[in-house]
Design a protein around this ligand. Structure first.
Ligand SMILES: O=c1ccn([C@H]2C[C@H](O)[C@@H](COP(=O)(O)OP(=O)(O)OP(=O)(O)O)O2)c(=O)[nH]1
Ligand SMILES: [Mg+2]
Length: 151
């Protein structure tokens, strides 16, 4: 298991609000909690940026973190991410923020400390580009967007 530096920005984290951790042995993500002072009601179509009360510094350019919706919130209540997927750079040291979007048709109230998203660490390959005039031919070539048919 990798160790990632974490700063507690709100004293409730680690006390009233548990620190993020993999909930089971095989869990891919760690849940992030809404560091709110009071319940926050999201009306249909509304998006709000919510702090998590933590900062992380990944500090390894071969690693990043992605923020993803929680399945239950997204499927049952329409609470997903305003940026669809959040990306945390390895050199980011600010508070981890979650853009919460109510894409549903009902209002939804987020409670302080509620788990609103999950964060997954992923490997990253940085690339530089070498400009060429022609590519070596490949089986696919330029075909895409359903070029191989539907079945
Ligand atoms: O859901 C998110 C997405 C991003 N970030 C933070 C970490 C990330 O490293 C930084 C920049 O994110 P990104 O590059 O996606 O945003 P941008 O709009 O391109 O901003 P910038 O100009 O600062 O790169 O914002 C979050 O806290 N939550
Ligand atoms: Mg950016």
């Amino acid at each position: 298991m990798r160790e990632i530096e974490l700063k507690v920005l709100d004293p409730r984290v680690g006390e009233a609000f548990p620190l993020p951790e993999h909930a089971t042995d095989g869990a891919a993500g760690v849940d992030l909690r809404a560091c709110l002072d009071m319940p926050l009601t999201l009306h249909p179509g509304e998006t709000r940026l919510i702090g998590t009360g933590i900062a992380i510094h990944i500090g390894d350019k071969g690693l990043a973190a992605v923020l993803l919706p929680r399945s239950g919130l997204g499927h049952k209540h329409g609470i997903v991410l305003g940026n669809l997927v959040g990306l945390i750079d390895s050199d980011y040291q600010g508070e981890v923020m979650v853009s919460c979007w109510n894409r549903g048709e009902d209002t939804f109230t987020i409670q302080p400390g509620e788990r609103i998203a999950q964060m997954v660490f992923v490997p990253v390959v940085q690339a530089r580009f070498r400009v060429v005039g022609e590519f070596e031919s490949s089986e696919r070539g330029g075909g895409g967007f359903g070029s191989s048919g539907r079945h």
